[in-house]
Structures are given as C-alpha cells and as structure tokens.
Write a protein that binds this ligand. Sequence first.
Ligand code: IPE
Ligand code: IPE
Ligand code: MG
Length: 239
Amino acid sequence: MAQDNGNRHVPAHVAIVMDGNGRWAQQRGLPRGEGHRSGVGAVREAVRAAVACGVRYLTLYAFSTENWKRPPEEVNGLMQLLVESADTYLQEFIDGGIRVDTIGDTSALPPLVRGAIAQVRKMTREGKKLTLIIALNYGGRPEIVRATRAIAEAVLEGRARPEEIDESMLTQHLYTAGLPDPDLLIRTSGEQRLSNFLLWQLAYTEFYFTPKLWPDFTGADFEAALHDYAQRKRRFGGV
Ligand code: IPE
Ligand code: IPE
Ligand code: MG
C-alpha cells in the first residue's frame, strides 16, 4: 500500500460510499433532492478533514451505474447539483491544493456535467495536498469488463501476449490506474455492502460502517473512522 504520508496509522487513500441522503430527507418530510443537497455539505467536511489528517487520496462514490434506475427527477437533480457544486467549490479546491479527478464512464453524463468536470479537472490539476476522486457513473463490474476488453484488443492487435496478462496489467487498465488501493472504506447509513464499488481495489481494504446518514457525517466522524483504522492490524495474508 502507498504510504506516502509517511505514517502507517494514517490511511493514504480513503474511499467513501456516501449513503443515506434519501432517508435523511424522508425523516424531515423533505424531497430526496434536499438530502442530496445537504450531502454536499458533508462532502466539504470530509475533504477538509482528509486534508487536515494528511490523507492523500479521497474517493467518493457519488453516482453508480445502477443509480440510473432512480426516477428521472432525482437523477436530473443530482446532475444539476454536480454542476452547481463544481462551480461553488472550484476556487476552494484551487486555493486548498486539491486536485479533482473522476472515475467511471463520464461519457454517458449530460454535456453540462461533462463540461463542469473538464473545467474542474483542468483548473485543479496542480493541486498537491489531496487528490479528490469522484466516482461518477461508476460500477466495479463494468470497470473490470472495460479493462478486459482493452486487454483483449491489445492481444488481438499483437501488442500483448496472453501470458503477459497479470494483476499489474489489469490494474493499469482500470479507471484507478496509477492510484494506490484504498486503505480504508467508509460507508454511512448502516448498510453493509459494496454496491458495486471498487470491487478489484478493495481486496485488502479495512472496512468501517457507521449508522450515521451521509448529510450528518462530520469532520469529527471522519476522524473517528481514522482513529478506528489506526487500531487495526493489517496482515495481507501474512502473520
Ligand atoms: C446516497 O444516498 C446518494 C446517492 C446514491 C446518489 P441515497 O440517495 O442512496 O440515500 P438512501 O439510501 O435512499 O437513504
Ligand atoms: C451506493 O448507494 C451508490 C452511491 C452512494 C453513489 P446506493 O444507495 O445506490 O446503494 P444500494 O442501492 O443501497 O445498494
Ligand atoms: Mg442509498
């Protein structure tokens, strides 16, 4: 695992399944979209806490390949929120040394969202403090299928031989190529499942589940998860 923050007790890469926005809104008699809107505040908290703690990579699951099953109003609302948030936080990201990137099939997103992403990626590319990776139209299985296809094409075209296919080659064809695997995965809202998130990359990741709904998740909650992680003994199959 990459430990470029120099402290093995601090995870270099934290991934979060930000779940529970809908229930947060429902509990208040509000439309689900208000839960998503409130969730943006929790993203800001998590980013600040990650920087303060010395985390180098933060990957946030914002929209899965399965989330298209939701009502169009909700999907549209989420897309709009992405565009708005990109605008609202761009300067804060630049000032804070935060490099923003995405994983997932962004080509299927509405043009306005793609434009906003392109702008934020370009304007934040010099950021050195934290890499913030937003998983958008991301699914772990489609990611592995895509990598497999690319490798099959390479073999067909004579650029690779079947016996050269190994874990490293597959890793290099994933959206996350070049990133260290997550050390810690957090999921809010009490659900204890992966929901198609980073299936390959989470092979030896530590999991942390909390009943808190995502809009209620604070910087202190992020620190509590890191504190829990610091007590873990990772073995990677060894002793
Ligand atoms: C997570 O909150 C945000 C997204 C999936 C976009 P949900 O919208 O899944 O909230 P719940 O799980 O319905 O409460
Ligand atoms: C996972 O949450 C996806 C994101 C947080 C973006 P879901 O709410 O979509 O997952 P399920 O449906 O409960 O498994
Ligand atoms: Mg959910």
